[in-house]
Design a protein around this ligand. Sequence first.
Ligand SMILES: [Zn+2]
Length: 171
Amino acid sequence: MSGTLILNASYEPLAVVSMRRAMLLVLNGKASVVEAGQGWMHSRTSRYEVPSVVLLQHYVRVPMRPVPISRRAVLQRYGYRCAYCRGYGDTLDHVVPRSRGGGHSWSNVVVACRRCNHKKADRLLAEIGWRLPFEPTEPAPTPQARAGLWSVRHPEWAAYLGRGEPELLAG
Ligand SMILES: [Zn+2]
């Protein structure tokens, strides 16, 4: 039960909602199912195929606001990869530590593994001879990024997310 992808009437990905909520949109005529998922939902009188992707009947205008920085968004943007040793990481690191005046912004926050995070502590990279292999930047406010769709959770979503995958930094 990992949700239903909602597409705007323009076929742009908009959000992921619970299957129940998606089903209500469909039953109320506000959306149509474009990809069925696996399984069924039952009401008292009938059963419905669970929707995996639904399309809104009417276009919803979405303001192009920047992508909010959150723990999950940062981890997903960098694919849970430590910026320093490139291994698996699940903590956030402020490149310039907050105690040294670094901000909590896309240009100063990367993923670090626990080990690197602990080793770096509240020091500057120059002080320990470390380098970042890339420049941390704010992600482009694509519909995918704004909807928090950093990864394809279902194979059948891939076609609708297009090349909206975040540019995972090489290396
Ligand atoms: Zn590391």
